[in-house]
Structure formats: structure tokens, C-alpha cells
Design a protein around this ligand. Sequence first.
Ligand SMILES: [Zn+2]
Length: 88
Amino acid sequence: MKELLELRKQVYEQIEELRKQGLVGSSLECHVTGPFQDWNIDDVLDVLIVSQVEIAPELKVIPAIGTKCDRCFKIVPNQENCSRCIRE
Ligand SMILES: [Zn+2]
């Protein structure tokens, strides 16, 4: 978990940059790519408090594309309800 917290620090620095540029309002409006293959994606989403996580060699934060879920305020890729909220 320690490494994940280290990655979170880097992710938050990038989110802060996007916020300054007015591209996102909060971390929940972000889509993060990075080397998260060692963790469960749901855990990564919870630790980073972002909407979308994708596994990639390079750490990068971009504004998430999609529709905001009415219940958890995460951005889901299409008009369908958020898969997480359906599961609960
Ligand atoms: Zn939801």
C-alpha cells in the first residue's frame, strides 16, 4: 500500500495542476492512468478518490469523460448507471 500512497501524491500534484487550469473541479472529475497493476482497481479508485483508473506504464491525469452518477458523483463513461452503485 505504501507505493500506492506515493503514487497518490504524484496524482494529486497533477490534479492540482488541472484544477488551477480550471479543467476539473475535484479529484472525482479525473481519469488517472498509471502502473496500478499490482492493486485491485476498486481499491485504487477509493485511495485516489477519482472516477476512472486505467492501467498504463506512465502516470497521467486527465479530465474524466462521461456523465456524473447522481448517487456517488463519480463520472461514468456513458449514460448507463454507475456500475458500482448498481452492485451495492
Ligand atoms: Zn455511482
